[in-house]
Design a protein around this ligand. Structure first.
Ligand code: 5RP
Length: 222
């Protein structure tokens, strides 16, 4: 079993009968969704809300009941991946292009379990380019404003060279900072720019991080 699967399946131990569960996005979250699918097959009553169209499609294939977000009361537990995790459990997310729905679902959740291999754990955020979701209108100007915060911004493209469009119809700009000294302040500065919808800094949203090590051990950081 690889470390992504190890971390993801461990987090699914927190899923209980009757829960509303938030389904994350990305290659680590996929293992959690598959495991939750097994629980549903075994008769556990779970309903879910997905953080991306991709995760929703997988969940439907696995017969996990999906609720439209408007019908969701409180989400009991969300299990999602991350691109970087710092010692305060602040995160960079959005490498998979789903940061906005991921942040909305996390903010609505009682508990957010982040699942990650040890390679995602860093002393300081920012080596991973920070994804920022921007509206398409005047995006060239928004990108200039992002650059003025000290990063090199790169408009995300697909492998075939098309501009990447999020599930919400927006663009993603990957901001190369190298390091982010004050993540909470940077979060505010980014979201103060007109045209920015949200950014991939998740400050104080993770309840716990399940880290899987190459040695096969697991640590739950709180
Ligand atoms: C998607 C995300 C993912 O959780 C993050 O990119 C980690 O992905 P992976 O598990 O594939 O490394 O934030 O928007």
């Amino acid at each position: 079993m690889n470390i992504k699967q190890l971390a993801a399946e461990k987090a699914v131990d927190w899923v209980e009968d009757g829960m509303t569960v938030g389904l994350g996005t990305g290659s680590t979250a996929v293992y959690a969704i598959r495991k939750i699918g097994e629980l549903v097959q075994q008769g556990m009553r779970i309903q879910a809300v997905a953080t991306s169209e991709e995760s929703e499609k997988l969940a439907r294939e696995l017969s996990i009941p999906i609720l439209p977000f408007a019908e969701v009361g409180t989400i009991d537990l969300t299990i999602d991946g991350a691109d970087e995790v710092d010692p305060d459990l602040n995160l960079i997310k959005g490498g998979g292009g789903a940061l906005l729905r991921e942040k909305i679902v996390a903010a609505r959740s009682r508990q957010v379990m982040i699942v990650a291999g040890e390679n995602k754990v860093v002393k300081r955020l920012g080596e991973f380019p920070l994804p920022v979701e921007v509206v398409t209108f005047a995006h060239e100007w928004t990108i200039q404003k992002l650059e003025s915060l000290g990063c090199t911004p790169v408009l995300r493209k697909t492998d075939s060279g098309e501009v990447f469009i999020t599930d919400n119809g927006n663009y993603t700009v990957d901001c190369h900072f190298n390091e982010i000294l004050n993540p909470a302040r940077m979060h505010r500065q980014l979201n103060d720019i007109p045209g920015v919808v949200d950014n991939g800094l998740f400050i104080g949203l993770a309840s716990a991080v399940v880290v899987a090590y190459n040695s096969g051990t697991i640590e739950v950081k709180r």
